[in-house]
Design a protein around this ligand. Structure first.
Ligand SMILES: [Zn+2]
Length: 466
């Protein structure tokens, strides 16, 4: 049962999530999911990769409570205004109304910075760089979509305080580098880094930088954001330090996070094909599956050889399983292909005689006959990674287009992608552009004539977004 991804991406996506046991959408709260092995494992790989790199950069792990008191959440007015329609409130303990309403964290700036003000006294207490992996809660009123737009989502959030603006800016560059590695190297995904227009920044930030990739239907998916918070929150939460002369100064802050559900959605959607998922080897729950081809008279030998190969591969750090279920080989192939397992290794009596194995790559379908002694799975994995990156990048580049006028903009956006155009900066022109596509970024230093009125303007990128 194959389902074409190109014809109906939405249907394909739901089928893969369900049939490959990535998540279960039947949990009885809308927008809240049950994560299963073939999804959660990938999330954990991404999480561990990210946490390791953040900690190498000096971030300390923390875990804050999920509840934030109303007065703390509401302390920064711009910030609370950005979230107030999305907050889940805890109002009762049993039948007794609580004296202070408590919010399920929609993000953790306020709860953390409330404590930062106690942690920071002198110059010596800075910088603070912390991160936590957790779930956050937002009652999103838009149409929910599994892993992409939900009401409980998994992420890692980083938060900092520095003595100088310069250090905060350097931290932003470091984080852009770390996220680039996570998205591009580990998950093999192409991406763009876009500084959001002022009206689309994080509530309370000076500016927001977003990472986005392109989904098969041509819409962009924002997968991570980095915020320069300036001294906005440090002034509200009174995060100050004394310099050596005894003068007090407000700290400079940044915050950032990738969403793990969205990263997972992107990996599945960008790399997958009509058979299901195609996973980058580094994050695949099972990296290689051995399928013994069983005939009665050679059964013992073939099984023994399969076991021996499994142990050998495990010694090389490879996650490998033997599929010896009593079902047809074709059913087994389908099962593992759907789950995106990068490599299938078949061993039958004839291969045994020739001292070879049959290796099938999930990404290309290529079948290789390899002398068992020469089998280098790590080499095949790096070939698969390189191929996934190349294919995805080509498809991404192919969907970046230009539009000189509104007709072109509309035409190009019907097939999606990221459209490069110009905007004069006038509200009336933005009002014509934004119903057709979202302005992802304004590149102030590049000049391009306005796509609507033709007057001189700055370069912009437009897309339909999730
Ligand atoms: Zn204009």
């Amino acid at each position: 049962m194959e389902f074409p991804k190109e014809e109906d991406f939405s249907e394909w996506y739901h089928k893969v999530l369900d049939e490959a046991q990535v998540i279960d959408q039947r949990y009885p709260i809308k927008g809240m999911l049950v994560y299963r092995k073939w999804g959660l494992y990938i999330i954990r790989q991404a999480q561990q990769y990210l946490e390791r790199r953040l900690e190498e950069d000096g971030h300390e792990p923390v875990l804050f409570p999920v509840l934030i008191p109303e007065d703390v959440l509401g302390k920064e007015s711009e910030h609370i205004a950005g979230f107030e329609n999305e907050v889940f409130w805890v109002t009762h303990a049993g039948a007794t109304p609580l004296e202070r309403k408590l919010a399920l964290r929609p993000t953790s700036e306020t709860s953390m910075y409330n404590l930062f003000s106690l942690w920071v006294r002198t110059h010596g207490d800075l910088p603070i760089k912390i991160h936590q992996s957790c779930a956050v809660y937002r009652y999103d009123t838009k149409h929910t979509r599994p892993l992409i737009r939900g009401r409980e989502f998994l992420w890692n959030e980083g938060h900092t305080a520095f003595a100088t603006r310069k250090e905060a800016l350097e931290n932003i560059e470091t984080i852009i580098g770390i996220y680039g590695k996570l998205i591009g190297d580990l998950l093999c995904l192409p991406y763009q880094v876009n500084k959001r227009p002022d009206w689309d920044k994080f509530p309370g930030a000076e500016y927001t930088i977003a990472f986005e990739t392109l989904m098969p239907d041509g819409k962009t998916l924002q997968i991570a954001t980095v915020h320069n918070l300036g001294q906005h929150f440090s002034k509200v939460f009174d995060i100050t330090y004394a310099d050596e002369q005894g003068g007090r100064h407000h700290a400079w802050q940044t915050s950032y996070g990738p969403g793990f559900g969205r990263l997972l959605a992107a990996v599945i959607s960008v790399h997958g094909d009509e058979k299901g998922m195609i996973l980058p080897p580094q994050v695949a729950p099972v990296q290689a599956v051995i399928v013994p081809i069983i005939f009665k008279d050679t059964e013992g030998k073939v099984r023994k050889e399969a076991e021996a190969l499994k142990h050998k591969l495990e010694k090389h750090g490879i996650r490998v399983e033997i599929d010896d279920r009593e079902i047809r080989p074709g059913e087994k192939y389908y099962y593992w292909e759907q789950r995106g397992v990068p490599l299938r290794i078949e061993i039958g009596p004839r291969d045994l005689e020739k001292k070879q194995v049959v290796v099938v790559r999930r990404d290309t379908g290529e079948k290789l006959f390899v002398p068992e002694a020469d089998l280098d799975v790590h080499k095949i994995f790096s070939d698969i990674e390189a191929n996934l990156k190349k294919k995805a990048q080509e498809s991404f580049n192919h969907r970046i287009k230009k539009a000189a006028n509104m007709q072109e903009l509309e035409e190009r956006l019907t097939t999606g992608g990221i459209i490069e155009a110009g905007w004069c900066g006038k509200q009336e022109c933005a009002k014509q552009i934004e119903p057709i596509g979202t302005i992802l970024t304004i590149e102030e230093d590049k000049k391009t004539d306005c796509v609507n009125c033709g007057n001189p303007g700055t370069h912009i990128r437009i897309a339909k977004t999730y």
